[in-house]
Design a protein around this ligand. Sequence first.
Ligand code: ATP
Ligand code: MG
Length: 269
Amino acid sequence: MSKVITVSSLKGGVGQTATVLNLGYSMSRLGPKVLVIDAAPQSGAGMASNARQKNSAGLLELLKGKAKAADVIVSAREGGLDFLGSGPVEAEEVIFFEKEAFRGNLTKVIRSVTDKYDYVFIDTATGLSVITYVCMALSSSVIVPLAPNALAVKSLASMLKFFRRVRMRANRNLVLEGLLFTMTDHTSPYEVSLINDVREGFPPQVFFETVIPYDPAFEQANARATVLAMLPEGENAGRAYLDLAVEMRLREMAQTRKEVENGQDNGIF
Ligand SMILES: Nc1ncnc2c1ncn2[C@@H]1O[C@H](COP(=O)(O)OP(=O)(O)OP(=O)(O)O)[C@@H](O)[C@H]1O
Ligand SMILES: [Mg+2]
């Protein structure tokens, strides 16, 4: 069964799209088959990768019944990474997209493509919208990227409230995969102290141990419309996303072991 992970934040520009693309790519390098979905019309993964130019059709055409999944999903040059864009969503179609989310059709379309993947990462638009609600409602877990600045940290409480609301009303199996510090500068005493303060407010397992450092090489990746982790110059943050993928896998193995120990599993076969 595939694990579907929505990446979402109330505050923009904190690395949601960067996380979906780089973690998705890094996870696929570890072996699993990965699908990245751009459910953020106009600000998401389609624009940050060259997938949009490769095939501009996407969720929009699937929602309109004008294409089949096989025609709109593109595969990365290397590895087991596939991409489903949002499609050429113009301003007036954003409302159509939201209506389809409200009617349950976005859920149906996304569910119809997730089956053959081990992991599905969904990029959502910044803020708390019906699209984000629907994506969380069909997901196994949520990753919340958190940049070390006062406004991003302040927005965390509302984000967690929204997460709890989705869990209560629409998906009681939803879990918080983790809060992920992004764009960090460990030489800044202000940031170090802010991160420590935030960490003290929650149980340690709420956070990923891996943090994603600030890396100016992202600009080069943007200019080349590619995923930083694919570039040799992306070894800093790119390496961190690979560490994050490994951390996620190790956490899952620990969780499975716990379930076996608790007798929730009936053996290997
Ligand atoms: N670790 C990082 N270091 C430096 N720059 C980064 C890092 N992560 C992302 N960026 C850059 O910061 C900008 C915002 O990142 P990104 O688009 O991933 O954020 P977002 O949360 O998806 O924003 P939006 O609200 O527009 O959807 C982009 O130009 C991206 O390339
Ligand atoms: Mg984005």
